[in-house]
Design a protein around this ligand. Structure first.
Ligand SMILES: Cc1cc2nc3c(=O)[nH]c(=O)nc-3n(C[C@H](O)[C@H](O)[C@H](O)COP(=O)(O)O)c2cc1C
Ligand code: SF4
Ligand code: SF4
Length: 320
């Protein structure tokens, strides 16, 4: 089996948890970061082959097969690619890179012998729309998938169900799914310190169980995994806050290059398009000068509006 780890992770928590799962389930895997797919800046994995060493975040391990890209198809294809072209699985070319064109979406096709591990953060109880746009271009061929969502100690609501339903419609079979509580990326005092030691044990235990299911995959291929969520997904509510740059900004453009929404102009990275911004907070995470932030009154409003719902320590949810 070939293992693929794919995640959307603006502030890197989902990436970290996804990698923990991949480490337990697979010895090697090919890693695809879709956070900035088609963005205006650097390509995901730019400068290194797919499957090479990640960014050195806590908990990261050497990954994949350095220098040997997997054979999953990575093509620059428009969204409208006809179905007849989606079944194949031609070999990847060395140096394959994800397209750097906002008007196209890549097409990734997986086979029955592949395994997809996929992670998203919960935004407004849903799969973040930009992540969903890319996920909708994936194609499986009865490909088993392990699904994971991270959520900031409020709730994951319909995100896992939305992820499962979307992937199943595209030829994947969800064999295991989980939602793990984490620090809330907007108000880190909620879920502070999570995933903690107990969470990490649970993450590895979940991954072990998912691995066991994979081992008997052929027999279990008819499974329809039940995950919690309301099929009438809750309406997505965008947040009207957008990090601004202060006088410490050196115009290095790191934030502009990694913004998933292309909301920060490369020419003038001190500004941002508030309407395009999805409040993912990636620009704050990647700024080397710590020059980007939300206003303190915005943080206070977020803290107060989440206070009731984020109380206590929320349990993780495993579906196996
Ligand atoms: C725009 C936005 C919306 C969010 N909505 C929710 C939510 O509905 N429920 C929740 O528990 N956490 C929510 N969170 C918190 C994130 O799901 C959580 O911090 C996640 O681990 C972030 O993952 P990342 O570090 O990979 O970006 C939200 C965060 C952002 C930025
Ligand atoms: S990453 Fe920070 S310093 Fe660099 S352009 Fe953006 S705000 Fe300015
Ligand atoms: S400008 Fe908005 S969308 Fe872009 S990285 Fe910052 S928070 Fe995310």
């Amino acid at each position: 089996m070939d293992y693929y780890l794919l995640y959307f992770s603006p502030t890197f928590t989902t990436k970290k948890v996804s990698q923990m799962i991949a480490e337990t389930v697979a010895k090697t895997w090919t890693e695809l970061d879709i956070t900035n797919y088609g963005g205006c800046g650097e390509l995901p994995n730019e400068g290194r082959p797919i499957g090479s060493q990640p960014d050195g975040l806590p908990g990261s391990q050497p990954l994949g097969q350095p220098g040997t890209p997997g054979d999953t198809q990575i093509d620059a294809e428009p969204d409208t690619q006809p179905d007849s072209q989606l079944g194949g699985r031609p070999n990847g070319q060395p140096g394959d890179q994800l397209p750097n064109r906002p008007d196209t979406q890549p097409s990734l096709t997986f086979g029955a012998d592949d395994v997809l591990i996929i992670g998203i953060p919960v935004h407004s109880g849903r799969v973040p729309p930009l992540a969903l746009r890319t996920i909708k271009t994936l194609r499986g061929n009865a490909t088993p998938a392990i699904l994971l969502a991270t959520f900031g100690n409020r709730h994951y609501d319909d995100a896992l169900l939305e992820l499962k339903t979307t992937l199943q419609a595209q030829g994947f079979v969800a064999i295991a799914a989980a939602a793990f509580a984490t620090e809330h990326s907007i108000v880190p005092k909620y879920g502070a310190g999570r995933p903690n030691a107990a969470d990490i044990r649970e993450i590895h235990e979940f991954a072990k169980q998912a691995g066991k299911k994979l081992a008997t995959w052929e027999q279990a291929s008819h499974v329809d995994l039940q995950v919690e969520g309301n099929p009438d997904y809750r309406p997505f509510q965008s947040i009207s806050m957008s990090p601004h740059a202060n006088s410490h900004c050196i115009k290095c453009r790191t934030c502009a290059k990694s913004c998933p929404a292309q909301a920060i102009p490369l020419k003038n990275p001190k500004t941002r398009d508030k309407k395009a911004c999805i409040t993912c907070l990636r620009c704050i995470s990647v700024c080397p000068e710590k020059a980007r932030s939300l206003h303190s009154y915005e943080k206070l409003v977020a803290q107060l509006s989440l206070a009731k719902q984020c109380q206590g320590e929320k349990p993780n949810a495993l579906f196996l």
